[in-house]
Design a protein around this ligand. Sequence first.
Ligand SMILES: Cc1ncc(COP(=O)(O)O)c(C=O)c1O
Length: 436
Amino acid sequence: MINNTKQKPLSRVDPQVFGLLKKELERQRRGLEMIPSESYVSPAVLQAMGSIFTDKYSEGYPGKRYYGGQTNTDKLESLAIKRAKKIFGVSHVNVQPYSGSPANLAVYFALLEPGDKFMGLDLRQGGHLTHGWKVNFSSKFYRSIPYGVGKDGYIDFDQLRQQAKKERPKLIWAGATAYPREYDYKSFAEIAQEVGAFFAADIAHVIGLIIAGVHASPVGHADVITSTTHKTLRGPRAGIILCDGQPSNPLKPAPKISKEYLPTLIDRAIFPGLQGGPHEHTIAGIAVALKEAQTKDFAKSNQMIVKTAKIIAQKLLEEGFNLVSGGTDNHLILMDATNKGLSGQEAENRLEKVGISVNKNAVPGDPRPPYSPSGIRLGTPCLVIRGMAEKEAKIIGGVISDVLNNHKNPAILAKNKRIMRDLCAKFPLYPGLKID
Ligand SMILES: Cc1ncc(COP(=O)(O)O)c(C=O)c1O
């Protein structure tokens, strides 16, 4: 009986998994993650996630469960909900989505009938898969009318308004995966109102900036807000949905689709509509991340995330790189590498050689296919969480431009590899973390 034996370390129970875990920790420590959708959770979040809350089934919602033994899970989930309500000033929160995509799926399931039209930013212009990409469920079950950015790289609201008036969608999304500018939620809301559509804001990438007050909040503009909890919020890999309306009663028959009943519609869409038992160990991690997000440190580091992104963008512009929209307002930079004779994949590979992880990404109007796009996405959350600031951002901007500009020169590659290795050693990741 494994569970009745004395606790054995992972290294003895499963040396193969332990070996991979150790190697991944070393990889993360040695290099610099600059993938904008990534961050590092705190040891407290790690502890909450890796806990015995994983043992518990708790289908339903606090106080309305289908299984017994919920004394602690009810309190835990209620605590996570209470913290999110306080942070965002909304009356209803669902913390059960397994991730960002299921959270978005729940919005469609709650508000649309199959075949209904909706609008989201085109994936090739920075949008997310779940906002209507052709092979995604969103496009298979509903009718996707993509909108785009203008030549300047900013969302073109005149065009969006015209399209919305012509198409009369039932839902309009704001939010993206590779958009370096701040969202004008008010303009989205006005357009949605003009055409009688729901307005959903997906704040997955910028949730931390919003909590920190660095970016404006969509609360008061959007009908529904979805987010992942593992990007700038620094929580577990999961999702969250926020809205206002009449108190939820997910056990009653489905109410009519209207703003008034959003809490019930969303809750019913998540459970029993799309999911079974919530992952209470993940919800424990969300609760901790939400507590940490209310600290001064969190606010300060989100300010630094934007500051460092601007510094790196400035350096890259000075070195002749082509940045979508000419810079950034947030934690990410979208670069078209083709004017330097590089594809996104080549740029990604070059940076990997000096210990910087980025991801290849399409740029607006990209003539290349999605699996071999023209650009890369770079982000600053991970470096700031490690403690780096303006000075290091200048160094990193220099390394990136040096490596991409001189990618055929082994001496320059070796020099920059050394710089990155020293920088990572100076800002250790998870210094106290021991795994055995
Ligand atoms: C804007 C946006 N929404 C939703 C998601 C989906 O999140 P997940 O990968 O957790 O399903 C992402 C992930 O990158 C995203 O960028």
